[in-house]
Structure formats: C-alpha cells, structure tokens
Design a protein around this ligand. Sequence first.
Ligand SMILES: *Cc1c(COP(=O)(O)O)cnc(C)c1O
Length: 438
Amino acid sequence: MTTQATNTAQTIDSAVLDVIARTDPSVAEIIRLEMDRQEHTIELIASENHASPATMLAGGTCMTNKYAEGYPGRRYYGGCAHHDTVEQLARDRAQEMFGCKFVNVQPHSGAQANTAAFMAMMEPGDTFLSLVLKDGGHLSHGMFLNFSGIFYKPVHYALHYDKDHPQHEQIDYDSVLAAAKEHKPKMILCGYSAYPRVIDFAKFREIADEVGATLMADIAHISGLVAAGVHPSPFPHAHIVTTTTHKSLRGPRGGLIMTNDEDLNKLINRNVFPGVQGGPLMHIITAKAVAFGEALTPEFKLYQQQVVKNAQALAAAMIDNGFRITSGGTDNHLMLVDLTVKDADLTGKEAEKWLEAAGIITNKNGIPDDPRSPMITSGLRLGTPATTTRGFGETEMKQIADWIDRVIVSKGDEAMISQVRSEVRAMCVKHPLTHALV
Ligand SMILES: *Cc1c(COP(=O)(O)O)cnc(C)c1O
C-alpha cells in the first residue's frame, strides 16, 4: 500500500463529504461516522467487501438521472445512448469474466435476480429442490416467508450429518439424487450462503439430467472466486446462473443472471423487465462495469487466491485455538466456527456482540444440525474477502484468530475487550482502506 494511494483515497473522501455537507451536514456526518467505522474495524462478514473508490464513485454520478426501461438498443425512453453503451460494456465484461454467452446486468440485488430466474424456469406451484436455509442455503431458496416459498414448492436435500463420515457436514449427493427421484422437481438449485466447500456442479447436472430437471447455480457468495478461476465454474453445467455483485466479486450492491442458452436468455430478460423490475439502476450498472473491469485484471486473480489462503490460515489458527470448524476446514472464502466445543454454553449471539465491541465484525450463524434458533445459534460465520482487500495476509489472520480467542475465553471481559480494541485499531491504521486497483 503506497502512501500516495492512501492520500488519494482520503482526499477523495473529504472532497465528497464537503460537497454533501454543504447541503446536508446531518447526512454528511452519518457518512463520516460510517467511513470511520469501516476504516477502524476488522470486517469478517463473509458477504461483505470494500468496493474500490472508482466503483463507488461511478455509482454516485449523473448516470442515476435516467429512465432506461428496456435493454440496449430497445428502450422505452429517448436519450439513452450512453446508457446503452455502458450497459453493453458491463455485459461484455461479465461474459468475459464468467465465460458465458448471455448476461442480464439489471437485477437490483441477488434476491431480485433469483425471483426473475425462478419465473424464467418455473410456473407458480412448481417444485424445486434446494439446500434448506438452516444448513447454509439462502432465504430466497424456499424460506416460507420469501417469494420462493410462497409461490413455489421447495423440497430439500441434506448434508452428511455423521461425525464419522469423511464428508461430515458436506453436501450428500446421494440425498440430492434420492430427493430428486422422489419429488421430481422442475429445477434443482445449488449455491449457498454459508457453505465452506467446493460445489460439484458437474455432479449436480448429472442428477438434474437423470430426473429431467433444470439446474440453477446461485453463486452469490463465490462469484469473485469463480471469476478468478479459484473455484470451478458452474458453466457449462448449470442452465441458469445468478449472483450478487457486491460480495466476493467486490462490485456495487446488485445482481446478475447468466446463461448460455439463447431461448432461456429471452425468458430471463422478459422476467427481469417487465417481470419483476421497472427502470434499471443505471448508475449501479455503470459501477458494475467499473468493478467488472477490475475483476478482469491479473491483480484480481491474485487477490482471490489470497482470499482463499487467508481463509485457510484463519481456519487453521481457529482450530489451533481449540475451536471446531464445520466440515473440518474451508476451500473458499468462508468458514463456520462451532463455538460449543470450546464452551458448551457459548452462543453465536454473545460471541458476535463481544467481538463487535472489540472491533471485530462477524455474524452469528447456525451450524449444520444446530439445535439453537437462528437468533441465538451455536456458531459464527467468518469470511476473508474484506480483510484481504485491505491487504491483510496470513500473519494478520493468525493474529485475528488469537484476538477472537482472547475475547471469547474472557467471556466478554471489559478490560480484555478494550485491550483487543486498541490492538485491532492499530492494525487497521497500518492497513488503510484503499487497494491496489485504485
Ligand atoms: C446474498 C445471497 C443472495 C441475495 O442477495 P441480496 O443482494 O441480499 O438480495 C442470494 N443468494 C445467495 C446464495 C446469497 O448468499
């Protein structure tokens, strides 16, 4: 990290805040406080990242001042020439990044992408097969209060739940096949929010073909790894692929839908607009184009390789400190920590609260077969995309695992929390929040 890059980022920050403060000091102050929070805490939430200044600034431009309903070359409003160019550029870059033929860059978020994908693949009332939320799935994969559980019929496959099994807490592909044969789903869904292992997309496709189902891969969490070739690609196995753009991919908050099938692409486009959305967020599509440009650089590949190395170093250090990592480790950017082997009474809720006070931001998360409710939990989910962005390596990961251990073993002792808080702050100051791509 060069001092020059840091100074540039800080200069931009204060210039942006000055402009906002002139009309709205209250909001400018809120933004300043949040900048300070991000700058001085360690972000281990696996679904979060720090987008580059270029990406964030592109999202804050006049590209927001336009209705561009429709698609490039086929809009419902005049004056869209530059919006056509930027949307086409975002599409081209995404196609190159994921090695696929068609991309819709308009979904406002991952859940919106999934809504449109479901509408393209199924009729209301149809059955689909997915991993249940409590085992690492996402709420848009059939949770009863979500559109996916209200308008479609979810059935679920399982993980191996057997301590003696070599794939304990990993996907049980026999159970995928058995459930597929039993329920004859229209679609099988893979891709998760809290799963630390490689997904075997080819195996899923084999099962889908065997029962005449289509295969959907939701790579919201791992899309940065996939783009960099650090996790196997869902192409050519999946018929339809959705993702967010703001997690490991490090872009602005948003979604994407991809396919290699021309007819399916038409259905996808129609179901995004006018199916579930009106005017696209053109400023965000502009920021997506910038982030995708970054993702095509050699530096991005190195970054993603480091994300995985850091996750493995953090998992190893947590194990050394006496915690259990579900499935015994990680192949990607995240891990689930079982707190109960360290202390049977410990909950994810308490650990998250103590760690936040010490400046280490995590989220409580159920572990497979967790007897506790999702508001309490027996686990923590830790991920490395954000800390890797600010330049942390394996040494820092070991230090973080030791801080987590000290805070948890002390049961949230105030003196310990304030000691760790000051050490965390010092490490953050050493690795300021900007990155080499700026
Ligand atoms: C995060 C996530 C989503 C939803 O993304 P939002 O942008 O929050 O709507 C969908 N699927 C999976 C697997 C996710 O992890």
